[in-house]
Design a protein around this ligand. Sequence first.
Ligand SMILES: *[C@@H]1O[C@H](CO)[C@@H](O)[C@H](O)[C@H]1NC(C)=O
Ligand SMILES: *[C@@H]1O[C@H](CO)[C@@H](O)[C@H](O)[C@H]1NC(C)=O
Ligand SMILES: *[C@@H]1O[C@H](CO)[C@@H](O)[C@H](O)[C@H]1NC(C)=O
Ligand SMILES: *[C@@H]1O[C@H](CO)[C@@H](O)[C@H](O)[C@H]1NC(C)=O
Length: 221
Amino acid sequence: MAALHLLLLSLLCVLLVYQCHGACVEVDSDTEAVAGKGFKLGCISCKRRSEVSGTATVEWYFRAKGDADFVHIYSYNEYGPIIEHEQFLDRLDWNGTKRSNDIQDASIYLLNVTFNDTGTYRCFFNRILFFDNYENISLVSKVIHLSVVAKATRGTASIVSEIMMYVSIIGLQLWLLIEMIYCYRKIAAAGEEALREAANAEYLAIASESKDNCAGVQVGE
Ligand SMILES: *[C@@H]1O[C@H](CO)[C@@H](O)[C@H](O)[C@H]1NC(C)=O
Ligand SMILES: *[C@@H]1O[C@H](CO)[C@@H](O)[C@H](O)[C@H]1NC(C)=O
Ligand SMILES: *[C@@H]1O[C@H](CO)[C@@H](O)[C@H](O)[C@H]1NC(C)=O
Ligand SMILES: *[C@@H]1O[C@H](CO)[C@@H](O)[C@H](O)[C@H]1NC(C)=O
């Protein structure tokens, strides 16, 4: 019993540790920022081979809405973070992988968003994987189309899904209620039927008994 407990506990621990350290999931960035607030520009690129050690450097580019070209706005490499463009001076913070050159999360945090920040962002991972005999260099990039709004609007998808949630909750409750009433009636009906049948059976038994009695009386006469 104790051994089983220990086994379960250690399994749980392994799961927790795995959750904390292991799993890299490529979540897409949000795309709607609120003017005056902060916004996390998400960019995650998981290593194809998580067991192979690697290093990565990151570059961010920005193309303002209506502009033709991308400008270099941010770098993160072995020397740390560098803001490369004056529009973003003092407004970008690293939100990605910390204390490691093996970067899989290159997210940055944009402070005091303005409408001028509307446009397309692009992050580039320059990754080197160290295999036994060779190195594999790869370039991965992701694109984020950012729109800036005066205050948070909710996406239609989220509104629709909330309505669906309520509809399904209410629907389920109603269905449960109907089912309960139906079952109750059925049980009640079955109960009545059983009672009636029992009564009938009793009546018949009594009847036949009295008939027997009568027969007995007749025989006796
Ligand atoms: C991202 O950076 C901002 C600004 O420095 C900070 O407030 C926020 O907590 C950071 N978020 C994460 C997940 O590191
Ligand atoms: C961002 O906004 C806050 C509060 O409005 C202000 O104190 C801060 O100086 C601003 N930062 C920048 C870089 O504009
Ligand atoms: C936004 O851009 C316009 C035109 O380039 C400039 O005049 C304005 O000062 C900018 N606003 C902010 C908040 O940076
Ligand atoms: C590096 O790895 C990628 C993905 O596994 C592969 O497509 C590519 O051919 C590799 N390149 C080299 C030079 O080994």
